[in-house]
Design a protein around this ligand. Structure first.
Ligand code: CA
Length: 224
């Protein structure tokens, strides 16, 4: 897998390069937004790891221009903890995922695998986890033979869980992705929706698919 990293902080760029190369990725790094953008447009990559604050063209402009040019390269944004608005704007502009610095290299690797898998499977319209199936075109969900009726929000929440089986989604991530607004830590919206989803998806089935990771978030079992 060939990955372009546009990041001007030398320490982070070299940490990412070393970590990815150790896992067999081919990595090219650019420390400048203008140069990085030209590389992203002109060479074939499987994914782009993109910093936001860059000399020259900033990360969000790069992302915007790539999408305007219909370049569907999977993009993972690297953001600072304080860049909440940039993160949301990035997701709206078509970023596939983001990581908040500092992060573990394993986390970046897992997300690279997830976004490239997703990109390869864009024509694939059915998500499957154990006996749970979701058809993204007809928007039908079933557990075994039993159809499950979901509201639009519940569907979106379940879709996000099913797109990355085994990966824990934090409450903040779920809020940002499913509700598209700044997270109010006092809200129990996510818990309420998870409860509803559980009732419908896991109900009386002995094999419970939706798991709570206490103090962290939720995930759907991988390969259960
Ligand atoms: Ca930077």
């Amino acid at each position: 897998m060939k990955v372009l990293v546009i990041e001007d902080e030398k320490k982070i760029a070299s940490f990412v390069r070393k970590g990815l190369e150790a896992q067999g990725f081919v990595v090219e790094v650019s420390p400048h937004g203008d140069e990085g953008y030209v590389m992203a447009c002109s060479r074939p990559y499987d994914a782009l790891v993109l910093d936001i604050m860059l000399p020259g063209k900033d990360g969000l402009s790069i992302l915007r221009n790539l999408r305007e040019r219909k370049i569907a390269l999977p993009v993972i944004l690297l953001t600072a903890r304080s860049e909440l608005n940039e993160r949301l704007e990035g997701l709206n502009l078509g970023a596939d995922d983001y990581l908040t610095k500092p992060f573990h290299i394993e986390e970046l690797i897992a997300r690279l695998h997830a976004v490239t898998r997703r990109a390869a499977g864009t024509s694939q319209s059915i998500l499957v986890v154990a006996d749970l199936k979701m058809n993204l075109l007809t928007r039908k969900v079933a557990r075994g033979e039993q159809a499950i009726e979901l509201t639009a929000r519940e569907f979106s929440l379940l879709e996000h869980l099913m797109r990355s089986p085994g990966r824990v989604l934090t409450r903040v991530e779920i809020c940002e992705r499913v509700w598209d607004y700044n997270f109010d830590p006092g809200t129990n919206l996510v818990e309420v929706y998870i409860q509803r989803l559980r009732k419908k998806v896991d109900g009386d089935f002995p094999n419970k698919l939706i798991e709570t990771i206490r103090g962290v978030g939720y995930r759907i079992k991988a390969g259960a």
